[in-house]
Ligand binder design. Structure first.
Ligand code: PSU
Ligand code: MN
Length: 310
């Protein structure tokens, strides 16, 4: 295996042949997370989306590597059967940085969050990762301290995360402040506004704008060459025709946040709870938007990955 290793890390890793070969031959690879499959979308849309993202990436001559932990093995690249397992099995834990060792040691199954996927991608030598939205600072975090481990990971792990910003279930303004403190650049992909997942706008600005994958790849290369250590966000808004309005979503999100408070939902359960509540409250309307934005992020990530190896 060409992957750099220290200690006995490799005993936990299991690379799909296609991914291993691509990495050895210096071909472009894009990482994908699995929390989105196991906890983000309902079945069967989750499986369809997972497969479509992989197909889109392949369409650009890039190899997709969906990351997950299955029976304690950290998988870099999943087979069709493994994707199906992640989409249907009921005992899949949500795996962020702090869960990885426990899940690996106990031989359990884990769907990797943005944080855990970044960690695994970096160790595998994958520079670009596509997802829907990152975790962030939750509303009311001044009391609950609920800040996603994704933000710390972005500060320390050199992987570029292509996403549609973050959902307004979070305090987006505090999330951006936190990322500034942690030294994480936020690059708008053809936008000067930080996208709010379902909505193209949030009222908040990004730090810098790039107009194409060539400019994005240049910045990623510069961050690597400077050995700055941390990651970056490439914020790609949902395609216009699928975007929902901020007014509509704000109302829905307020309701979801209040329901969570009333039921006392906390910790790692909070994000999935809010996501599910939103789906209920929008009567599935948000689902279409969600599907289209992740597909577009797969497109943009593939183009950047391909540019990066030139
Ligand atoms: N935001 C979404 N959909 C998701 C997630 C976030 O709109 O599926 C998932 C991602 O995997 C993210 C994780 O890394 O939730 C963040 O969870 P927490 O807030 O518990 O760190
Ligand atoms: Mn949290």
């Amino acid at each position: 295996m060409s992957v750099k290793a220290s200690g006995d890390r490799e005993r936990f890793f299991d690379f799909k042949d296609e991914v291993k070969e691509a990495l050895e031959e210096g071909k472009p690879v894009v990482a994908l997370e699995s929390t989105l499959i196991s906890h983000g979308f309902p079945y069967p849309e989750n499986l369809e989306v997972a497969e479509e993202m992989e197909e889109i990436i392949r369409g650009y001559g890039v190899v997709p590597a969906t990351i997950a932990v299955i029976k304690g093995k950290i998988k870099v690249g999943l087979t069709r059967g493994e994707l199906e397992f992640m989409a249907t099995s009921k005992d899949i834990l949500k795996a962020s940085r702090r869960d990885l060792a426990v899940i690996a040691a106990k031989g359990l199954n884990g769907a990797t969050t943005v944080a855990a996927t970044m960690m695994v991608a970096e160790r595998a030598g994958i520079k670009v990762f596509a997802t829907g939205g990152i975790g962030g600072v939750h509303r009311g975090a001044e009391k609950t301290f609920d800040i996603s481990a994704d933000l710390q990971e972005l500060a320390r792990t050199p992987v570029a995360v292509v996403c549609s910003g973050a959902k307004a279930i979070l305090d987006l303004s505090l999330t951006l402040e936190y990322l500034e403190t942690m030294g994480v650049p936020i690059i708008g992909f053809r936008t000067d506004e930080f996208p709010a997942f379902y909505c193209r706008e949030s009222g908040l600005k990004v730090d810098y704008v790039v107009n194409d994958e060539v400019e994005a790849a240049k910045i990623i290369r510069a961050m690597q060459d400077l050995e700055l250590g941390g990651g970056m966000i490439i914020a790609n808004p949902v395609p216009e025709e699928y975007a929902l309005s901020m007014e509509y979503m704000n109302e829905i999100i307020e309701k979801a946040v209040r329901a969570a408070e009333k039921e006392g939902v906390k910790g790692k359960k909070l994000t999935p709870y809010l996501l599910n509540k939103i789906k209920e409250l929008t009567g599935g309307k948000s689902l279409k938007t969600n599907i289209e934005l992740v597909k577009d992020n797969a497109r943009v990530a593939a183009k950047i990955a391909r540019e990066l190896i030139k």
